[in-house]
Write a new protein. Sequence first.
Lengths: 237, 96
Amino acid sequence: MNKANIIGAGPILAILATAAVLYALYAVFFVAPIEATMGFVQKIFYFHVGSAINMMLAFALCGVAGLVFLVTERAGSRVSRVVDAIGVATAEVGVTLGAIVLVTGPLWARKAWGTWWTWEPRLTLSLMIFLLFLAYLALRAFAGSDRFGRGVAAGLAVIGLPALYFIHFAVQRWGGAHPQVVYKGGLNVPGMKLAFFASVLAMSLVSVALIVIRARQELNNRRLDDLFLSLDAGEGT
Amino acid sequence: MTTSNRIRHALRTVASALFAVAVLADPLVALAQETGTAETWKTARNTVQGDTLVVAAYMAMWFIIGVYVLSLASKQKVQDREIRELEKQLDDHSAK
């Protein structure tokens, strides 16, 4: 599949994502049984975890894209344009998913823990990484097409990579009240398992579709810049 | 020990020191261990709790995604129009 085909895959992915989301919602509310201790509120977790996993993957991809951008940018190669577009797209989608995680998590915690928020390791690190990539987007918005600004933003994304490692291992290393049901093998009820994996798959497809569409827009922004320059040069002659 | 293992070990040590006091002092850790919700989920008979919170969570989630999708769609519309106009101007200019 060439690049044009990958970019054109956005609408197909969007249709697939919509179908997967509808199936996941059906599985969460009509297949998965109600959990004994937490009750109905546990149903928040299916999409909360799906969003959290994809947020981490999006931020990780943004960090890697930032690293590749810093390496390839000086040569002014075509690769740096593509990874730059991927960087912006993954950061934006990651922040969107992060907002979902940070809104749905406290709503669950209010019932399960009796508090909206606690400075537990995974929560604290998730908030930190969310703010870091929010800063990345703010920097990109102010930098515009400035090379230096893009480079600093890419550096910021690379700094986020170790933090992602800590979020993943936070509960195992330092405890905390965050559930580790999947890692500890406690997700044994078939209906719950189906709802969980359907939600993760649905959110993955939503994320990929949004990243592809946003990356395409970023590449088109560069195309617009080129067109302006060509027109400007043409009028100058 | 390889360099990557040394870096990993150093990062873990620093972060452990940062969080150890906060986590050990957290009463929620004891609550999670007591109820067992941190390690396993079981099926209930007929309990329905926190339905308002579930509705709020799902509405908030789709609101956030909806706003983002709409912003992408409007951006796309403006961008497509700008590209069309510029290409037309460039064609007109080269025709002259």
